[in-house]
Design a protein around this ligand. Sequence first.
Ligand code: TRP
Length: 335
Amino acid sequence: MVDPWALTQETRMTTTRPRRLSLLQPTGRLTLGNFLGALRPMAAQQEQADCFYGLADLHALTVTHDPAVLRATVAEQATTLLAVGLDESTLFVQSRVPAHAQLSYLLECVATTGELGRMIQFKEKGRAGESTRASLLTYLVLMAADILLYRPEQVPVGDDQRQHLELTRDLAMRFNAAYGPVFLAPEATVPAVGARVMDLAEPTRKMSKTGSRDAGAVLLLDPPDVVRRKVARAVTDSDVGPDAVRRDRDAKPGVTNLVDLLEACGGSADGLTTYGALKRAVTDAVVAELEPVQRRYAELAREPEHVAAVFARGAERARAVTAPVLAAATAAIGL
Ligand code: TRP
């Protein structure tokens, strides 16, 4: 029987970099918050790890969806991952690596309906009742498969995914205990080191992926005039004192968010005294930060074959890397 810990040692000796894996769910549109909080740091840290980044299209099927919208969202996000400069990473679409769905089924045979039903996200999204898709219940088993297939040392995820990583560890250890040591329980999660951007209209809520009608979220692909309009409408407060422009997370969440945003985009609020001046500075900084990404996006959108080729190559490497893990799990469970 193969000792999984010995396997990690071996991996560490043959490759100098740790392996990092994360998937992005292609629902809604990517925002400035996704860019500053996740995509930009992911691109900046590519050399530190052997990175696998995927688009979790199977996960997008767990709630009501429109096939054409899903296809367009996957294409847009694939192009965006390249536009932000993730070309040193292995990029793939989850459904093009069948091992994800295959391992997920095997893990469903060690997971219990009780533990899945207790997951916070299921309880929240599943409130709709009878029409809840069965895949929403098993979604986290698929996420565990996503992770365990790659034996990553690092799984960068947001705080809301912590419970899911614990489930992943539980399933890995339970499988190993029952059928032999196939999986490495992912130990550490690298917290997202990027800026935490809040919603412009509701500054106590995180700016997250959204439908395009959401006024409080700047989209990564919003043109400058739309950025200007959204920032102009951002919530501030009625303070008109000489030091109105300052950080105070509790008393002035909207202003604090704008100051954070300005700094995350390379600017500074020093010397600014009015909200009008702050908003103009934020708009200029955000537009300047997004400009190169949008320019690259427009170029890539004109060569979809190039984007498709990068993702085809990535899926091929992902299939090669995951095949031995799926084979070991399949054999261990008795198939
Ligand atoms: N569930 C994650 C989210 O909602 C996306 C995801 C799916 C993921 N599979 C993953 C993240 C594997 C990290 C690793 O954001």
